[in-house]
Design a binder for this molecule. Structure first.
Ligand code: B12
Length: 210
């Protein structure tokens, strides 16, 4: 029988096929999809973060882990979205320009979707111009911006500034997240909110749209 610890270790080792098999085995054994994400896949990826920081893991291995994590997520995701409910609102999410980190953003999308929000994922490395055009066209209630680099987090401000210039700032709530950003940074760039993780992002969206 697979365990959460096994999934975490397989993510850390970048074993895509094993992660897929263990995830499926856990689901078959009746484990909840959200638990598999939070107690298995995310735990593995957090360990990757620590080892990368300590120079004990390098980019090719990190990428293998990221792919293994995404493989697990792709198996549990359809099950989370299965319970159809009335939409709580529409959230446009994206990783900002110059930034290719999308695991956190994808998790936020999955959590929102599984809590009844309609999620439009604009992808990664998305420019302020493209985001503003999407806000105009799709009229989301919330725009969620993700950044993982201290350099790219500045594009969150650029995106908000462009929304203001285009007269759209009061049409959408903007929330931000990602390792280098904080509540203080959100206040500084006049975003409507910040969340440190995917689960609290759900509560934040609910509060903003209440
Ligand atoms: C995986 C990873 C990569 C992968 C990304 C694969 C992918 N598809 O995402 C690859 C190998 C491509 C990569 C590349 C690089 N990376 Co990198 N990477 C990481 C790593 C190890 C883990 C990130 C991750 O996925 N974490 C797991 C997820 C679940 O957590 P999360 O992203 O934080 O998301 C959660 C919250 O932040 C929040 N959240 C996230 N987004 C949002 C959005 C909203 C709206 C809300 C509300 C919440 C929210 O909710 C999420 C879920 O709970 C981090 C280390 C770290 N400590 O974070 C470094 C890290 C982010 N990378 C770093 C660096 C330097 C790079 C490179 C520049 C390396 C290089 N020299 O080339 C490149 C940059 C490429 C680019 N242009 O983007 C640095 C950034 C340093 C800095 N301060 O700027 C870090 C911190 C590592 C380090 N300490 O040096 N990386």
């Amino acid at each position: 029988m697979s365990t959460y610890e096994q999934i975490a270790t397989e993510v850390l080792k970048g074993k895509k096929k094993l992660v897929a098999a263990s995830t499926q085995a856990m689901l078959d054994a009746g484990e909840a999809p959200l638990d598999i994400i939070n107690k298995g896949l995310v735990v593995g990826m957090s360990r990757v973060g620590v080892l990368f920081q300590e120079n004990k893991m390098f980019i090719p291995e990190v990428l293998m882990s990221a792919k293994a994590m995404q493989e697990g997520l792709s198996i549990v995701k359809p099950l989370l979205a299965e319970e159809k409910m009335e939409s709580n609102g529409t959230v446009l999410i994206a990783t900002v320009q110059g930034d290719l980190h999308d695991i956190g953003k994808n998790l936020v999308g999955i959590m929102l979707e599984s809590n009844g929000f309609t999620v439009i994922d604009a992808g990664k490395d998305v420019s302020p111009e493209v985001l503003v055009a999407k806000v105009r066209e799709l009229k989301p209630d919330v725009m969620g911006l993700s950044a993982m680099l201290t350099t790219t987090m500045l594009h969150m401000k650029d995106t908000i500034d462009l929304l203001t210039e285009e007269g759209l700032r009061d049409k959408v709530k903007v929330i931000i997240g990602g390792a280098p950003v904080s509540y203080d940074f959100a206040t500084e760039i006049v975003a409507d909110g910040f969340s440190p993780d995917a689960l609290s992002a759900v509560g934040l969206c609910k509060r903003l749209l209440a």
